[in-house]
Write a protein that binds this ligand. Structure first.
Ligand SMILES: [Zn+2]
Length: 293
């Protein structure tokens, strides 16, 4: 079992850019810029949920506040690094734009931005779900985005870039995060399981990776569930039952019976599958409901 109540995603959050799985082009560009001292004052991170946008924002905050960065990577030893890793740094301010979407929140933010950091060099404001801000709020933010105080960096993170105002997009340096490949997710799920002393069948890790549809956060949240469900040995059948997906062989059989117009066999198989309380289609809402952040 995982040793603490902390979610695996939090526990195994990348602490260097090198550790971040599946976003190589973004990371390469960002690291090169940071190691040559080119820092934008506003970034836009777009891409599907759970693909590393917030983790990257934290790594960015860490690297620019680190007292001894190496080749665009944070040292993870200095006080700034350690505070950011622990999640109690005053220099990383994460704002959920979905629940702070109005003009008052932005006015409040504009005031706070004027306060320089008491330790470290930069304050990094991460606006998660940035597309949720109202147009009015966006407009109130424009001037600050364009000319923030020199010690402020904004990271706007969004899954829905098409909902962002062009005036906002034009003020940010944009990075597109991609869905992580199934192979990379499988490898990482196996790695984390290994670190947690959990044995997982390759086919079970593959099913988790496919269900996560390119999002590492969902994959590790499913691994969390699988450990809670199965303990230290995770087999394919357990993950299938957990996800409510039928064995693909049963589905193939079902298709075969349908194509042969063998209604008795079709009904029998459906009866069997429903007896197992399985559904043939894996619902994505299941993932939405895992609630991992
Ligand atoms: Zn450091």
């Amino acid at each position: 079992m995982s040793s603490s109540s902390q979610s695996l995603y939090r526990k195994w959050r990348s602490q260097t850019f090198g550790d971040l799985v599946g976003q190589e082009p973004v990371i390469r560009t960002l690291k090169n810029a940071l190691s040559s001292g080119k820092l934008a004052h506003a970034y836009l991170f777009t891409g599907p949920r759970g693909t590393g946008k917030t983790s990257t924002a934290r790594l960015l905050a860490k690297t620019i506040n680190c007292s001894a960065p190496v080749n665009g990577e944070p040292c993870n030893v200095c006080e700034q690094c350690r505070e950011i890793t622990a999640g109690n740094s005053f220099n990383v301010i994460e704002i959920d734009a979905a629940s702070n979407r109005g003009i008052d929140s932005v006015r409040d933010l504009r005031e706070k931005v004027m306060m320089p950091p008491s330790t470290g060099k930069y304050k990094v404001y991460v606006l998660d779900e940035a597309h949720m801000l109202t147009t009015e709020a966006f407009n109130a933010l424009l001037k600050t985005l364009e000319e923030p105080p020199p010690y402020v960096v904004f990271v706007l993170a969004t899954t829905d870039v098409h909902k962002m105002l062009p005036t906002v997009l034009s003020r940010c340096q944009r990075f597109d995060f991609k869905r992580i490949t199934t192979r990379q997710i499988v490898e990482h799920v196996e790695y984390v399981a290994g670190q947690e002393d959990v044995r997982i069948e390759r086919s079970a890790a593959e099913l988790i990776a496919r269900a996560a549809a390119g999002g590492m956060r969902d994959a590790l949240s499913l691994l969390d569930q699988a450990i809670a469900y199965s303990g230290n040995e995770i087999m394919l059948a357990q993950v299938q039952a957990m996800l409510g997906v039928a064995d693909p062989r049963a589905i193939q059989k079902l298709i075969m019976h349908v194509s042969e117009l063998d209604s008795a066999a079709v009904l029998h198989l459906i009866h069997e599958l429903s007896g197992l309380e399985l559904t043939c289609v894996n619902s994505t809402s299941r993932l939405e409901n895992t609630g991992a952040r």
